[in-house]
Design a protein around this ligand. Structure first.
Ligand code: PSV
Ligand code: MN
Length: 427
């Protein structure tokens, strides 16, 4: 399934007049505020988001799944779907892979397909949270933290194998999320379980090529409900400190308890130079897997404000951050969901880019609480969508990506090609 640039240009044409009016008004407003609009456009164009290979099929809950049809049946078709998203929004130029869901069978052919769509693999994610069919040992009681050395070894070897798959596809990042934890008081010796995990991670880290990065993700609960081995950013951070300079913390927005101040976590990690990756999604309660920005756009903006402020501060020595989406829900067409997420991410980023940092710094210095807050609200309430649309249009993408997707009947075509019952691998 390919979408031609002509089809996109044709659809853009229909809404150009209205877009131009809105864009001109916004560009003039931003210019009057002293912002360089051309710079803003190129900065927005440079922001690229990785699409997870596991989000191209409908997500589910433990109560069921409602697939919408035409899901990608293999890695090749997943690349095709990400290619489609990138063609539409020019902002999704890479894919996160989960192993073993997406083991590349013919790496040469996969690389060819990736470059055909202008894509790359940004990270490989290991999976020791499910038992696979031919697996010798079960992870029921943990993987890298397990009490038995041979089970830890199996999990370590799996992570090292993920790096080998990643190398075949020119990736340079291994993301580790551990489902390890306990469900009942007394089940784990909490200190020893942590130490076994740290020792296992050291073995993986030492086996990684020196130009690779390990991202260590945290999550407070689920699948375990009494304790998780890596429940919070502090534990991830301390593991990264132990591992070395190529280990960084990955923040998944859905991995916090309600009302956690995530923007402060982001600021802390950047201050320490250890924020390496981001999993975007939307959450009200936990790992809800909602569209990014669906329910808490102001919080997403505040998070982006900290990110932009850290990235623009020469004194902050943080590595480049890998931006990824990690969400797939039960109720939406996955491609539309991902297009919406990208849109909301770019919009929040653009809002953060127009914050008046000088005015904010002055207000903070003078303890002028009201002005400081108003500076942020002013940026948040500016409708920057025409700016984002213009950045995408100039990069060759669609002014209204979901509009084109529907107008071209893409899901219907995918169902015709792949079948109503086609199912993607993943959760
Ligand atoms: C765990 O909930 C997680 O956020 C990790 O990133 C996994 O790799 C991913 O979800 C699997 O869906
Ligand atoms: Mn995640």
């Amino acid at each position: 399934m390919q979408l031609t640039p002509d089809a996109i240009a044709g659809h853009n044409e229909k809404i150009t007049a209205l877009h131009q009016r809105q864009y001109q008004f916004l560009a003039e407003t931003l210019h009057r505020k002293g912002l360089n609009v051309e710079n803003l456009l190129t900065t927005i164009q440079a922001f690229q988001i990785a699409i997870p290979s596991w989000a191209l099929g409908t997500g589910g809950t433990r109560f069921g799944r409602y697939p919408g049809g035409g899901e990608p049946r293999n890695l090749e078709e997943k690349i095709e779907d990400v290619g489609l998203i990138h063609t539409l929004n020019r902002s999704a130029n890479s894919i996160s892979l989960h192993i073993p869901w997406d083991i590349p069978k013919d790496p040469g052919a996969i690389k060819g397909r990736l470059s055909h769509y202008g894509l790359s693999i940004d990270s490989v994610n290991s999976n020791t949270f499910q038992d696979q069919k031919d697996q010798l040992h079960s992870y029921k009681f943990g993987s890298l933290c397990h009490t038995q050395a041979e089970i830890r070894k199996q999990a370590i070897d799996h992570n090292i194998a993920c790096v080998a798959y990643g190398k075949q596809l020119d990736a340079k990042t291994l993301t580790v999320w551990l489902a390890d934890g306990s469900n009942f008081p007394g089940q784990h010796h909490l200190r020893r379980a942590y130490q076994r995990t740290a020792d296992s991670l050291i073995e993986i880290y030492e086996a990684m090529p020196s130009d690779w990065t390990m991202l260590v993700e945290y999550k407070p609960y689920e699948p375990h409900f009494y304790s998780m081995i890596i429940p919070d950013w502090g534990t991830s951070y301390s593991l990264c400190q132990t591992l070395g300079e190529n280990a960084h913390v990955l923040v998944d927005l859905g991995h916090h308890l309600p009302n956690t101040n995530i923007e402060q976590i982001v600021a802390r990690l950047m201050h320490f130079g250890r924020l390496g990756g981001f999993h975007f999604n939307g959450s009200s309660y936990g790992d809800d897997d909602l569209t990014t920005g669906a329910t808490k756009p102001f919080q997403l903006f505040l998070i982006f404000h900290e990110l932009v402020s850290g990235m623009q501060d020469a004194q902050v020595k943080n590595p480049p951050i890998a931006w990824m989406i990690d969400a797939s829900h039960n109720t939406k067409d996955p491609i539309e969901d991902l297009l919406q997420s990208c849109q909301n991410i770019l919009t929040s980023y653009a809002r953060a880019l127009i914050v008046d940092h000088d005015k904010l710094a002055k207000a903070q210095e003078n303890n002028d609480v009201v002005v400081a807050e108003e500076v942020l609200r002013d940026a948040f309430f500016t409708d920057v969508r025409p700016l984002v649309a213009e950045a995408i249009r100039r990069a060759g993408g669609a002014l209204d990506s979901i509009g084109v997707y529907r107008w071209a009947n893409i899901r219907e075509q995918l169902i015709r090609e792949r079948g109503k019952l086609a199912l993607a691998t993943g959760l």
